[in-house]
Design a protein around this ligand. Structure first.
Ligand SMILES: O=P(O)(O)OC[C@H]1O[C@H](OP(=O)(O)OP(=O)(O)O)[C@H](O)[C@@H]1O
Ligand code: HPA
Length: 181
C-alpha cells in the first residue's frame, strides 16, 4: 500500500468504456475470419477486467481464452524496463489467429517484448489491442493495432489497472492525485 495519501479523479466512466468496447469489437470482427477460432490472450494482471468484457462482446465468435503474465512495474510508478514473463500461455498459437489484450501501453516495453516472443511462435495472424495508450511516454517504437483511448501522461488506475496492487476493482479509469506531503 502507498504511504503517500492520494485521491482518484475519474477520467473515463464505465459507460464510456462499454461503448468503446462495442465499437472496437466491430472493427475486430472485420479482421479475423468468422469461421476460424480466435485465441484471445490477456496479459496479466492488468487486462483481466478488459478481456472479460471484450470476450463477452465477441460472444458471436468462437473464442479461446489464454493468459500470459508479464511484469515490469511491480509496486512502483516507474517501469523497470525489464519485462519478466511470470506465466506463459497454456496453449499453442502456431498457425492460429491471436488477439493480445493489454490494459495500457505506457513506455511500450511490456507489449513490445511480449509481441516479439509471440511472433516467434509463428501465429497465422497476430493483432494487439490496448484499452489505454499514453503515447507521450513511449520509449520503444510500438503502437497497438486497436486502442480504446489515448490519454495524457497521468498515472491511472481502475478497470484492472493498479497502483501498488490496489484499485484494480474500480469500474472506471481514474487518475491518481497525491494530496498533502
Ligand atoms: O508500456 P509499459 O511501460 O511497459 O507499461 C504497461 C504495463 O505496465 C503494467 O503492468 P505491470 O508491470 O504493472 O503488471 P500488472 O499488469 O500485473 O499490473 C500494465 O498492466 C502493462 O502491462
Ligand atoms: O498509468 C499507469 N497506471 C498503472 N500502471 C501502469 N503501468 C504503466 N502505466 C501505468
Amino acid at each position: 500500500m502507498s504511504a503517500r495519501p492520494y485521491v482518484i479523479d475519474e477520467m473515463i466512466s464505465a459507460k464510456e468504456i462499454a461503448a468503446r468496447i462495442e465499437a472496437l469489437c466491430r472493427d475486430i470482427r472485420h479482421v479475423f475470419p468468422a469461421d476460424e477460432r480466435l485465441v484471445v490472450v490477456g496479459l496479466l494482471r492488468g487486462s483481466f477486467v478488459f478481456i472479460a468484457d471484450l470476450v463477452r462482446e465477441l460472444s458471436d465468435r468462437d473464442v479461446e481464452v489464454d493468459f500470459l503474465e508479464a511484469s515490469s512495474y511491480g509496486d512502483a510508478m516507474e517501469s523497470s524496463r525489464e519485462v519478466r514473463i511470470l506465466k506463459d500461455l497454456r496453449g499453442k498459437i502456431e498457425g492460429r489467429n491471436v488477439l493480445v489484450v493489454e490494459d495500457i501501453v505506457d513506455t511500450g516495453h511490456t507489449l513490445n517484448h511480449v509481441i516479439h516472443l509471440l511472433e516467434s511462435r509463428l501465429p497465422k495472424q497476430l493483432r494487439t489491442i490496448a484499452l489505454l495508450d499514453k503515447p507521450s511516454r513511449r520509449e520503444v517504437d510500438f503502437r497497438a493495432d486497436y486502442i480504446g483511448f489515448e490519454i495524457p501522461d497521468e498515472f491511472v488506475v481502475g478497470y484492472g489497472i493498479d497502483y501498488a496492487q490496489g484499485n484494480r476493482n474500480l469500474p472506471f479509469i481514474g487518475k491518481v492525485r497525491f494530496t498533502g506531503a
